[in-house]
Design a protein around this ligand. Structure first.
Ligand code: HEM
Length: 672
C-alpha cells in the first residue's frame, strides 16, 4: 500500500497518452461495471495469493515461470452499471460480427501480446488506484502504455519471448520499462514504424535473396550514404569515364557486396536499388499505376512549386499535355534561328580574335542554355531573365544540399540560416518571374510558345475547360526553365569534354559538319538530320554521362516486378548511370568512348534511357537534341579544341550531372 500511495501522489503529471491503447477502454468499461471488475479481481486474487511463484505454475492458460511476483491493489470507486459483458459467454450469431483485431490475412499480429498485457497488467508492480475521472487513472494508464511499449519493443509480439519477461524482478521490470521509454522516447506506433516494420521488410527481401547494408533506426543508411558522397567529391578522379565510383559511390560499394539489386534505407524508408534494365522498364512504364513518383522533399518543393516535375495524377496530366504541345517538333524547328543567334553571340565573344586561347566553358555554356530556354519558352532573352537566373543558381545550391538528406518533418519552418535564405530567394524569384511575365504578356500571346499555351484555356480529362492559375503558371515556367537550362548545359559540357579528349572523333565529326553543313553557313533543320556521326557522339555522351543519373519511384501497392515481390511503400531506385556502364550490357569496353556502338542493335531496349522511359519521358528531348547538334556543329566549324592540362575531372550529381571543377578547354581558331 505504501507504494500504492506513492503512485497516487503523481497527480497532474504531463505524460501524453497518444495514441491510447485499447486497454484504456478496458479500464473505463470495468470502472463503469463494478460487478465485472469484482469478478475480474476475484480471478486475479488467486494470482495475488501466489505473491511469488515458488515454482513454475499454470494459472488458467498462462504459464508462469518460478520467481514471478504478482501483486494487486485495486480500489474501486465507480457506480454500478448495466451488465452486458455476458454476451461474450454466448456463441455469436455470426462469426464475423465481432472482429476488433480484423479478420483474414491482415489479422492483427499483436493480439496475443495485447491479450497478455491486459491479463498481466495487475502483475505490473504496484499499480494502485484505479478509477475513471481521476489523475490516478492517467498515472496507471501511462504505466500501462509504457509496459505495452516495452512489450512491443523487446518481445515483438512473440509469446515465447514474452514469457521471458517474467524473469525480471518486480524492481527491474518498471525500471526497465521506464528506461526503455526514456531511451526510445517514442510512442508505440513509432516503435513499430522504426523497428518492427523495417525488420519485417528486411526479412521479406532476404527471403527473396535480396540483402543490403544493415538498417539503423531513424537514420537508416543515410549517414554512410552521405559520407561516401562527401568522400567521393572531396577530390578529382583520373581522366577516364569510369564514373560510377564517384557519381554513385553507394551503388559502387554496396553492389559489390550485395549484388546488382540490393536494399538500403533512406531514413526508415526502404529503397530497392537496381541497375537491371528489365526492372527499369517495368517500373517506369508503371502498368496499372503500381508506381508513382516519390513525393519531393518539402525543401525541394519550395524550389519546384507545383510544376510538371513535381505534380502527380490529373494535375500532372494537364501540365504534361500543355508541355507536349509547346515542345512539338514543328515548334522546336521554328526556334532554330533563335538558337543559332544565341550561339553566334557566345562564339563571337570567345577569344576576342586571338588564335589560341583557354577558357572555362561551363559558365558560358550555362548562360547560353539559359538564354535559349528563356527565348524559346518565354520569348525573353538572357538579359531580361538575368535576375531569375542568378537567383535560381543560389537556390539550386541550397536545394541540392537538401535533396540528399533525410527530411525531418517540420524542419523547413525552423528559421535556420539556410531556411531563411531559401525563403528569401524563393520570394524574390517568384516576384521576378511575375514581373517578366507581365512585361512580355502581349508578345507571348502572339507567339504561341509555352507561356501563351500556359495562359490559354485547356480541356482536361472530364472535358471541363480549365485555366491555370497565376501561381501555377509561374511554377511551370520555373520548372521548364530549370529542366531545360541545367540539362542542356551539362550535356554540352560532357560532349565538349569527350571531343576534347578523343581528337580522332572530333576530326570525324568536323569532317561531317564541313561536308554536310559547310564551313560558314549555320545548320538548318534539313542539314541537322544528316549529321549521323555527330548523332552517334551525342548518344555516347548521354550513355557515359547520363544527366538524370537515377529514377526514384514508389510502389503504391504490393506488386510483383520480375521475380521480386515489392511491398507497398517501398521506393525503387533505378540506377540508370550504373546500367549505362554495365559490362554485361555494353561489353568490356563499357567505360570507353566508342560512338560506333550505337550503330549496332542494343542487347536490351531499355538499357539506354538518358531521357527516361514511359509517361514521364523527357518533354524537351527534341529541343535538347537539336540544340546540341547546332551548338556543337557551330563550334566544330570555327575551332579545334583539346582538354586543358588545368582541367580536373569531377563529374558530380547536383540536380543533374555537372563538372564539379568547371571545364577548361584550349581552343584554336580554324581558318576558313
Ligand atoms: C540533354 C538534355 C536533357 C536530358 C538528358 C533530360 C533528361 C530527362 C529525363 C531522364 C527525364 C525523366 C525524369 C523521370 O522520369 O523522372 C526528363 C523529364 C523532363 N524533362 Fe528533360 N532532359 C533534357 C532536356 C530537357 C529540356 C531542354 C527540357 C525543357 C525545355 C526538359 C524538360 C523536362 C521536363 C519538363 C520533364 C518532366 C516530364 C514529366 O514529368 O512528365 N528536359 N528529362
Amino acid at each position: 500500500m505504501k507504494k500504492a500511495k506513492k503512485f497516487s501522489t503523481y497527480k497532474n503529471n504531463n505524460i501524453i497518452l497518444s495514441p491510447l491503447p485499447s486497454e484504456v477502454f478496458i479500464f473505463l468499461a470495468s470502472g463503469m461495471h463494478q460487478e465485472w471488475q469484482n469478478k475480474a479481481r476475484e480471478e486475479v486474487q488467486n494470482l495475488n495469493d501466489l505473491k511469488i511463484a515458488s515454482k513454475r505454475v499454470k494459472v488458467g492458460n498462462i504459464d508462469i515461470p518460478g520467481g514471478t511476483r504478482a501483486w494487486l491493489h485495486c480500489i474501486m470507486i465507480q457506480s454500478y452499471g448495466e451488465n452486458l459483458l455476458m454476451r461474450f459467454a454466448e456463441p455469436r450469431k455470426h462469426s464475423c460480427s465481432y472482429i476488433p483485431f480484423g479478420v483474414g490475412p491482415n489479422y492483427c499480429v499483436g493480439q496475443t501480446s495485447h491479450d497478455l498485457t491486459t491479463i498481466f497488467f495487475p502483475c505490473v508492480p504496484d499499480v494502485c488506484t484505479w478509477s475513471n475521472g481521476d489523475d490516478a487513472l492517467v498515472t496507471s494508464t501511462c504505466l500501462h502504455q509504457i509496459a505495452f511499449l516495452f512489450f512491443d519493443l523487446l518481445f515483438k509480439f512473440n509469446l515465447e519471448r514474452l514469457r521471458r519477461y517474467s524473469r525480471f524482478s518486480v524492481v527491474e521490470a518498471p525500471v526497465g520499462i521506464m528506461l526503455c521509454h526514456a531511451v526510445c522516447g517514442v510512442s508505440r506506433k513509432q516503435a513499430v514504424r522504426l523497428i518492427w516494420t523495417p525488420w519485417l521488410i528486411r526479412r521479406h527481401f532476404e527471403k527473396q535473396g535480396i540483402s543490403g547494408p544493415p538498417y539503423r533506426p531513424i537514420s537508416g543508411n543515410t549517414k554512410e550514404f552521405l559520407r561516401m558522397y562527401a568522400e567521393a567529391r572531396s577530390k578529382p578522379m583520373t581522366l577516364c569515364h569510369d564514373i560510377i565510383p564517384r557519381v554513385a559511390p553507394f551503388y559502387h560499394r554496396w553492389s559489390a557486396m550485395y549484388g546488382k539489386t540490393f536494399l538500403y534505407w533512406h531514413g526508415c524508408t526502404p529503397r530497392l536499388v537496381t541497375s537491371d534494365p528489365e526492372l527499369h522498364k517495368e517500373v517506369l512504364m508503371s502498368v496499372g499505376g503500381s508506381f508513382e513518383r516519390v513525393d519531393a522533399n518539402p525543401l525541394t518543393k519550395i524550389f519546384f512549386g507545383q510544376g510538371i516535375t513535381i505534380l502527380k495524377g490529373h494535375q500532372w496530366a494537364l501540365h504534361r499535355k500543355i508541355a507536349d504541345q509547346a515542345f512539338k517538333m514543328e515548334r522546336v524547328k521554328s526556334w532554330i534561328p533563335d538558337i543559332i543567334d544565341s550561339t553566334t553571340r557566345m562564339l563571337n565573344k570567345w577569344g576576342n580574335g586571338v588564335e589560341e586561347f583557354e577558357i572555362e566553358v561551363s559558365r558560358d555554356v550555362q548562360n547560353l542554355a539559359s538564354d535559349i530556354i528563356s527565348r524559346v519558352s518565354f520569348g525573353s532573352n538572357y538579359e531580361q531573365g538575368k535576375e531569375i537566373f542568378k537567383l535560381q543558381e543560389q537556390q539550386y545550391h541550397l536545394v541540392s544540399l537538401a535533396s540528399r538528406s533525410v527530411y525531418i518533418p517540420g524542419f523547413r519552418f525552423v528559421p535556420t540560416k539556410k531556411n531563411r535564405e531559401r525563403r528569401r530567394l524563393e520570394k524574390l524569384t517568384r516576384e521576378s518571374v511575375r514581373v517578366l511575365l507581365e512585361k512580355n504578356k502581349q508578345a507571348h500571346n502572339r507567339s504561341g510558345n509555352l507561356l501563351s499555351l500556359l495562359m490559354s484555356c485547356h480541356t482536361c480529362v472530364n472535358n471541363k475547360e480549365v485555366r491555370l492559375g497565376w501561381d501555377e503558371i509561374i511554377d511551370e515556367c520555373k520548372n521548364i526553365y530549370f529542366a531545360g537550362k541545367e540539362s542542356s548545359a551539362d550535356a554540352l559540357n560532357w560532349a565538349l569534354l569527350l571531343l576534347g579528349m578523343h581528337l580522332e572523333w572530333q576530326d570525324k565529326a568536323r569532317q561531317e559538319v564541313l561536308s554536310v553543313v559547310g564551313s560558314v553557313k549555320p545548320p538548318t533543320a534539313h542539314t541537322l538530320n544528316d549529321l549521323r556521326i555527330l548523332n552517334l557522339i551525342i548518344q555516347e555522351t548521354h550513355r557515359l554521362y547520363p544527366l538524370g543519373g537515377a529514377f526514384v519511384r514508389q510502389a503504391t501497392k504490393g506488386v510483383k516486378v520480375g521475380n521480386i515481390d515489392i511491398p507497398a511503400g517501398t521506393q525503387i531506385y533505378l540506377c540508370m548511370a550504373a546500367m549505362h556502364h554495365d559490362t554485361e550490357l555494353w561489353g568490356e569496353s563499357a567505360n570507353e568512348f566508342n560512338p560506333m556502338r550505337f550503330a549496332e542493335p542494343r542487347k536490351h531496349p531499355c538499357s539506354y534511357i538518358p531521357f527516361g522511359f514511359g509517361p514521364h519521358f523527357c518533354v524537351g528531348e527534341k529541343l535538347a537534341m537539336i540544340e546540341m547538334k547546332i551548338i556543337l556543329s557551330m563550334i566544330l566549324q570555327r575551332f579545334s579544341f583539346l582538354v586543358s592540362p588545368t582541367y580536373a575531372h569531377g563529374p558530380l550529381f547536383m540536380m543533374g550531372l555537372s563538372p564539379q571543377y568547371g571545364l577548361q578547354l584550349v581552343f584554336r581558331r580554324l581558318s576558313n
